[in-house]
Design a binder for this molecule. Structure first.
Ligand code: NAP
Length: 307
């Protein structure tokens, strides 16, 4: 990617899209184009075609998506399936029709089958049914991911897709109804510190293991893949580091300065005991994360306080 190349970041106001724009700017890319949801509704095919025909972007990052937690995904499967399918299909076909040099499509590790062996390899995709609660999202994202591979196979288009693990950091939502694990823990421990709460319960045994990637590392990896990977298969983006839910709770409490007790409520279910992806393919290409979980938590807590 040349520094002056015309780069379109779809979803630039979102958590991942805004990190990609930040990273591109800091790396010296000067010709980045963006449109807000109001300016360009990516579910409208003719508008997307007109935008590509007028702007002729050379490189495209697809970080636009209808994203939500378990509750929203379960309540609105039609919207999650239809909007995500349209967004992906419209952008990917318009990129083909307008001779985009390279496109990177963001999917998510939550779209792997529920039954996939840990760590989840790229080859596990579509080897079983996705988690029921986000099936509609996963079906739409898997279709678009495969479409990148089909365009490559049939037309030799340089379209690649990535499957990142859970991400956290600047731009995360701290809405109590719709936040991921790390922002919800930060809010909980921060409020407990302010209220002098003596102890906080962690659901289950605290033993389940999870993997998290800081959003700036994810953005860096996306740009690395754009510049260094053109294989037909999609590629996982993770840190390769797991942390137990209890250890994460302890780290968050230390980060926010909460001094009360943390106890495990073993009457509550644990959920999946492990959930992490095999990122060895990306590591072999030479990419590695910059932020460990401790530094990442400090940064995201700083972001929370600044809001
Ligand atoms: N965050 C994570 O933990 C994570 C982890 C792995 C993979 N990913 C993947 O990364 C991608 C981005 O996720 P994110 O967390 O950055 O989501 P996000 O913060 O919700 O950002 C999504 C962006 O897409 C825009 N958008 C949605 N529908 C649109 C439409 N019809 N037309 C134009 N713009 C539209 C949204 O704009 P409005 O808000 O204005 O609607 C928003 O700016 C997703 O594909 C997700 O699966 C995320």
């Amino acid at each position: 990617m040349e520094k002056g190349a015309k780069i379109y970041v779809a979803g630039h106001n979102g958590m991942v899209g805004s990190a990609i724009v930040r990273r591109l700017k800091s790396a010296g890319y000067t010709n980045i184009i963006c449109r807000t949801h109001t300016e360009l509704d990516l579910t409208r095919q003719s508008d997307v075609e007109s935008f590509f025909a007028a702007e002729k972007p050379e490189y495209v990052f697809v970080a636009a998506a209808k994203v939500g937690g378990i509750r929203a995904n379960s309540a609105y499967p039609v919207e999650f399936a239809v909007e995500n399918a349209y967004i992906g299909l419209n952008i990917i076909t318009a990129a083909h029709n307008n001779c985009v040099k390279k496109l990177l499509y963001l999917s998510s590790a939550c779209c792997y089958p529920n039954s996939a062996e840990m760590p989840i390899k790229e080859s596990a995709l579509l080897s079983g049914a996705p988690e029921k609660t986000n099936e509609a999202y996963a079906m739409a994202k898997n279709l678009c991911l495969r479409l990148c591979e089909y365009y490559k196979r049939e037309y030799n288009d340089d379209f690649v897709a990535v499957m990142p693990s859970n991400c956290y950091g600047e731009g995360d939502s701290f809405d109590p109804m719709n936040s991921h694990v790390i922002p919800s823990l930060i809010m909980k421990y921060h409020n407990a510190k302010l209220n002098g709460t003596e102890q906080i319960e962690v659901w289950g045994s605290g033993r389940p293991l999870r993997e998290f990637i800081y959003v700036d590392d994810l953005a860096d990896a996306c740009i690395f893949v754009m510049e260094n990977y053109s294989g037909e298969d999609h590629i996982n983006i993770g840190t390769g580091e797991e942390i137990s839910i209890l250890e994460l709770a302890r780290l968050v409490s230390r980060t926010v300065g909460y001094e009360g007790k943390i106890v495990c409520d073993t009457t509550k279910p644990d959920g999946k005991m492990r959930n992490y992806i095999d990122s060895s393919k990306l590591a072999e290409l030479g990419w590695k994360p910059r932020f460990g979980i401790e530094d990442g938590l400090k940064k995201v807590y700083g972001y929370f306080l600044s809001k």
